[in-house]
Ligand binder design. Structure first.
Ligand SMILES: Nc1ncnc2c1ncn2[C@@H]1O[C@H](COP(=O)(O)OP(=O)(O)OP(=O)(O)O)[C@@H](O)[C@H]1O
Length: 658
């Protein structure tokens, strides 16, 4: 069963309270609410926008800047042909099942998951086991509308079976989901009605480009394809130097079947994707792997899941790669870098795990794939996917368009290849085969080295050979030695040509943003109605709250001056000069996650000093304007912590505001 997500004070996270706080503070709001809203579409308000911008900014610095990646911004409108070639038109689908009576539609894997989890909860209740508060609230809420939750004791063997199914839920295809629905007698949870068998539903939004409607297209479901199609130009831009990575941040669109998980599953979302192009020879080594090899990750491997379990293992990425658990250094390098990025954002490290894809879950061409999952009140949720897509994408686009999406490198040592070559005597060949000439020539060219070797021996012995040429005569064609010769020669290759493989870390910014909010959310003991969002200062939407002690215009002047100076330094700040008590004003900003507060008071008028308050500890220091601004700058940039500042500057105890 999905584990419970607790806050840093050990309380189960109360999602309803958090959600209402986030909407009240305008982090986000359902789109088109005046018209009744549309599932899976949300608008971000000011703190949500600032938070998203800060996450994206940190992403750019952590990946694009740090690794010299080549950022591109490709169009979201994509012609049908491109997505047909990439396989999306045929395969980018989820399984849905319909209730023919009510017309309701369910995503098949989510339905099986929801019903089995509900039954396991019911079993837990029936066994008299404590159901966690969040579990309880959830169950109560669902009981009203979900018929399937009953305090019903299950057989131990059934519990085990359900748990195994849940551990493998991402691995099932349509037929298997259909069988599970049948086997476990899963119905429409609201009406108890029968459901039709699962059918594939393509998640892309279709459109047409141009007024004639003649060019079919889609809103892109990922940013990746644009990057693959600019590969050649980027390689040129990079002066033919490998390896290199492209990166892109932009909206993607997926017509999710029944999005009911807030920002976690939406129909339009911001993605940040990297396509790292690497030479497949040499084990996909990464030049900077040494820098990360000792970083420890929490790994949930494929075999464990196939046994129906979810036990994780902590392991250094160096060991995971050397033992072959993670396929190669480049993939391992990015897993470690993803973990470091999430840490920088303030994601709770005990709520991060990397889950390896099971065979069915992975695209057939992928060599290995790991998801960074974050524990939230929705359970473990994939927030970053990291896949080795091999040479698939470049190969299919090259085959379709004829563009050479390859790397050509001069070899340091020319390569000498001993091989059997076929020489055709064109003067005799043409007149003999006439219109069939092309087909015969293609069949000859297609002969493998082994075939050529044995045919050479046959030619020497009998003076003629027969080869298969489908569609010509009876499918066999005889060739005499005056028409062709097969000889062994040495070919010297100075240029090496290869299709790079691609390692793709793919980030859903909205999922990361929401999970981060859950991870930093807590309430002060004894004051549960007041939420606090403990964002690290660099990621916080607003860095500083400026409060004049009272409505005295002299205080107001001082805070405006500080605000102006902070703005000059690019540090976001807000003045709250309302008549609410200082405690209330700070509480409001705790909910917005503002890490620092500056108060102007009578002492400020006297000696120009100000107090600086830390959101999390509520401790204050007092110092000159210059020192306070310097402290704010270093805290906002993440170069100092509050502990560092508190060591440097004298604590201010007199006027505790909360
Ligand atoms: N509907 C969505 N809403 C928000 N973010 C999404 C959505 N679908 C995908 N993402 C984000 O994009 C990232 C890369 O997409 P990917 O195709 O790997 O997801 P996915 O495997 O289809 O996700 P899921 O299985 O949850 O539908 C995911 O890790 C996730 O953060």
């Amino acid at each position: 069963m999905a584990p419970i997500s607790t806050t840093k004070t050990g309380q189960p996270l109360d999602r309803q309270t958090l959600d209402s706080m986030l909407r009240r503070r305008l982090f986000y709001t359902p789109s088109f609410e005046l018209y009744g809203g549309v599932s899976g579409l949300y608008d971000y308000g000011p703190p949500g926008c600032a938070l998203q911008a800060n996450i994206v900014d940190m992403w750019r610095k952590h990946f694009v800047l740090e690794e010299d990646m080549l950022e591109v911004d490709c169009t979201m409108l994509t012609p049908h042909e491109v997505l047909k070639t990439s396989g999306h038109v045929e395969k980018f689908a989820d399984w849905m099942c319909k209730d023919p009576k009510t017309g309701e539609i369910f995503r098949a894997d989510h339905l099986v998951e929801e019903v089995l989890e509900a039954r396991l909860k019911g079993d837990k209740e029936a066994r008299g086991l404590k159901v966690d508060r969040e579990d309880d609230a959830d169950a109560k809420k669902k009981k009203k509308k979900v018929k399937d939750i009953k305090a019903l004791r299950l057989d131990d063997a059934v519990v085990k079976e359900y748990e195994e199914v849940l551990a493998k839920i991402d691995n099932y295809g349509g037929d298997e989901l259909g069988s599970l629905i049948q086997k476990y007698n899963i119905k429409n949870p609201t009406t108890g009605g029968d459901l039709l068998s699962p059918v594939a539903f393509n998640l892309m939004f279709q459109t047409s480009i141009g007024p004639s409607g003649g060019m079919a297209g889609y809103l892109r479901p990922e940013t990746a394809q644009g990057q693959f199609l600019t590969f050649q130009k980027l390689l040129e831009f990079n002066q033919q130097s490998m390896p290199f990575a492209s990166a892109s941040i932009g909206k993607s669109f997926r017509n999710e079947i029944s999005p009911r998980a807030g920002l976690m599953r939406v129909r339009e979302f911001l993605m940040a994707e990297i396509e790292h192009f690497v030479d497949p020879e040499g084990g996909k080594a990464h030049p900077r792997f040494d820098e990360v090899k000792d970083i420890e990750l929490t790994l949930l491997n494929r075999e464990v899941q196939l046994e129906g379990k979810t036990d994780v293992e902590k392991m250094s990425i160096g060991k995971a790669v050397s033992t072959g658990l993670v396929d190669n250094e480049t993939l391992g390098y990015f897993l470690a870098r993803i973990q470091l990025f999430l840490k920088k954002l303030g994601v709770d490290q005990s709520k991060v795990r990397f889950r390896q894809h099971m065979a069915n879950e992975m695209a057939h061409y992928a060599a290995d794939c790991w998801d960074a999952e974050l524990l939230t009140s929705y359970g473990w949720v994939e927030c970053v996917g990291c896949a080795d897509r091999s040479a698939y994408d470049l190969t299919v686009h090259a085959n379709r368009t004829g563009a050479p999406l390859v790397v050509r490198e001069t070899r340091s040592e020319p390569l000498r290849i001993e091989e059997w070559q076929v020489d055709l005597n064109k003067k005799k060949f043409g007149p003999k085969f006439k219109k069939d000439g092309k087909a015969v020539e293609a069949a000859v060219e297609a002969l493998t080295q082994e075939q050529r070797e044995s045919l050479a021996a046959g030619l020497k012995k009998d003076g003629k050979i027969a080869i298969d040429v489908p569609g010509v005569g009876n499918g066999k064609v005889e060739l005499e030695k005056d028409i062709l010769e097969i000889v062994k020669r040495t070919r010297v290759e100075n240029i090496r040509e290869y299709t790079p493989n691609v390692i793709e870390p793919s980030f859903g910014i909205g999922r990361i943003l929401y999970s981060l909010i859950e991870h930093v959310y807590w309430s002060r003991p004894g004051d549960e109605a007041r939420g606090v969002l403990s964002f690290p200062p660099p990621v916080a939407p607003t860095k500083v709250l400026l409060v004049p002690l009272s409505t005295n215009p002299e205080f107001s002047k001082l805070v405006r001056r500080i605000s102006h100076k902070l703005r000059g330094l690019g540090i976001s700040n807000r003045i709250d000069d309302t008549s609410a008590s200082i405690g209330k004003r700070y509480a409001r900003n705790d909910e917005l996650g503002t890490p620092l507060g500056v108060t102007a008071d009578f002492q400020s008028l006297k000696d120009g000093s100000f107090t600086l308050r830390d959101r999390d500890t509520m401790k204050q220091v007092r110092a000159s304007e210059e020192e306070i601004i310097a402290a704010i700058k270093s805290l906002s940039e993440g170069t100092e912590t509050w502990e560092d500042v508190a060591k440097r500057l004298p604590e201010f105890l007199e006027q505790q505001v909360d």
